[in-house]
Design a protein around this ligand. Sequence first.
Ligand SMILES: [Zn+2]
Length: 132
Amino acid sequence: MNDPSRVDFLRFLERVQQQDLARTHRWLAGVANDPGRIDHLRFLERVQQQDLARTHRWLAEEEQRRAQQYVVEPPIHRHHPEGATVHRAGCTTIRRDIRPLSTEHARFAVEKDPMFHACEDCKPGEALGLET
Ligand SMILES: [Zn+2]
């Protein structure tokens, strides 16, 4: 699954949560002599910090997942005319040692770099939304 909009959404969520937290901090700075209200705002602050931390974990997981989505397999020999093979991670035709490839690098390799070609079995170009 290739879903760049999920990262965009999580970055948006992060911004909203940061703004909410900043507003809570402004409110806290504005209530000097109201212990009950300060307690409530401290509670709200903790909840918002936990939400933000969770969003950061989701972002990290998403980036990790996307980084592992594609792999590159070296060519059979150095001067092989088709170059290295780009696969989706987990492709069953992989025979040699592989290295992870970011989505961005995989797209560039399949689309523009003559030193690479897309695997015909797992078709990474389709997952990348490229013409195949
Ligand atoms: Zn493959």
